[in-house]
Structure formats: C-alpha cells, structure tokens
Design a protein around this ligand. Structure first.
Ligand code: 13P
Length: 250
C-alpha cells in the first residue's frame, strides 16, 4: 500500500517569520492526522527555522532545489549536506518553473535525482507537458522522456523510494486543474513506464498530481487509483487551506 503524500511547494514566498507563523498553525491543525504524510517545502532561507519548529510533529521538510556537487566553487548553489543539515528529508527536482526559467533539463534532473538518493534524501521529480505539447498530442512522448531520462540509473530500492509529481504546466497557478480522468491517464502511463524501467518498484513509487489542487477538487483527484497525493502551490501557503487538503478524505 502506498501512503498518500500531501506536499506544499511554497515557491519563492514567505520570510522566516511568515513561514513560522504558518507552520505553527498548520502543526496544530494537522496534529491528529496519521494516514497521510505531510510535507512542506519552504524557500532555502526558511528551512532551518521551520525544521526547528516542526520537530516532533508529523510534518516533514523538503527543499525546492539542490546542486549535485558536494562542495566548492559553485556560487549561489546549495549542496545535499547543507539540506540535510537544515533538516530536509525531501527535495523537489525539475519543477517546470526551474525548467522554464533556469535551464533545468532532463539530464540535470537526473544528476540531481541520483545525488539526492545517494545522500538519503527523497527526490520529488516533476514532469509535465506544456499546453502546446498537449495540443500537439505529444503529451505522452514528453512525459516518457522526462521519466526515462530524469529517473534513469538508480537502484530498484531507490526507485521505490523516489516520488514523481505530474504537473501539467498549463494547470500550474492557472486555476485550471486537469480533470481526475486526465490526470489518472497520465499517472497510469507514468507507472507503466516505471514498470518497464524498475519492475515491481512501480507499485511502490508514489505519483503526485500538481496544478491548481485545492480543498474542493482534492477528493475527486485522490479517488483515482494512480494518484497518490498532491504537490500543491497556492493552496499550501495558508495553514487553513493546506490542512483541509491534508484531511481530504474526511
Ligand atoms: P498551484 O497549486 O499554485 O497551481 O502550483 C502547483 C505547483 O507548481 C506545485 O509545485
């Protein structure tokens, strides 16, 4: 059985005091939740303070990016040792905003994924097609390449641990979510590709859906067989709405 994972990607939002404020309320709002794993991914600057605040709670911490080298002359970059030191157990890799604005490619996603797994940090590897790609009917081709290249060369055990997030670019921050059927179609395709790559690990890998997930549409999405959780932007920024998302099944 795959334990659902509800992850909040805060993107470039929140100062340290703002982050702590949200986390304090979230902590008490979700204190009794045990059937869903809860993850928040603040900006780098807030990681350490948030890690301190969530100690002993049921909330895990993740970063939004990493650099694969261990240390050295890489101005502006953050290593895995630094992320671990700041309390992270997860890291988002290859978000479409990083692909679009910061030159992330399937090859750099793969280097980061391998480095994260080797360091014992769980990667949340993002894939997803643009609107043009969907309209051009190349969605499956695009997703297949992103999965095959981005997640290649890992061990079967690592393949079970990794998390994949399907985020159609046209659904991110637009209020236009994929329908549960549209999402399920891609999720089951991703699992099929993964099965070809890593056999039984495909049954264990969690595949999250992301793109305008909110407290009103989460239950219908989560009913689908191959949707194992959400990667949530806007609706994760406030404790109240994120807590509602975490409690989707109630
Ligand atoms: P929204 O939930 O704001 O659409 O963002 C989705 C996303 O990009 C999460 O990584």
């Amino acid at each position: 059985m795959r334990k659902p994972l509800m992850a909040g990607n805060w993107k470039m939002n929140k100062t340290v005091p703002e982050a702590i404020n949200v986390v304090k309320s979230l902590k008490s709002a979700v204190a009794s939740v045990s059937g869903v794993e809860i993850l928040i991914c603040p900006a780098f600057t807030a990681l350490y303070a948030v890690s301190d605040e969530i100690k002993g709670s049921n909330i895990s911490l993740g970063a939004q990016n990493l650099f694969w080298e261990a240390k050295g002359a890489f101005t502006g970059e953050i290593s895995l040792e630094m992320l671990k030191d700041a309390g992270c157990s997860y890291v988002i890799i290859g978000h479409s905003e990083r692909r679009q604005h910061f030159g992330e490619t399937d090859e750099t996603v793969n280097k980061k994924t391998k480095a994260a797994l080797a360091a014992g940090i769980i990667p949340v590897v993002c894939v997803g097609e643009t609107l043009k790609e969907r309209e051009d009917n190349v969605t499956f081709k695009v997703i297949e390449k992103q999965v095959r290249v981005g997640l290649s060369g890992i061990s079967p055990q690592q393949a079970s641990l990794a998390v994949i997030a399907y985020e159609p670019v046209w659904a991110i921050g637009t209020g236009k979510t994929a329908t549960p059927d549209q999402a399920q179609e891609v999720h089951s395709f991703v699992r099929k590709i993964y099965e070809q790559m890593y056999k039984e690990s495909a049954e264990k890998v969690r595949i999250l859906y992301g793109g305008s997930v909110n407290p009103n549409n989460v239950s219908d999405l989560m009913k689908k067989t191959d949707i194992d959780g959400g990667l949530v932007g806007g609706a994760s920024l406030e404790a109240e709405s994120f807590a509602k998302l975490v409690e989707y099944s109630k």
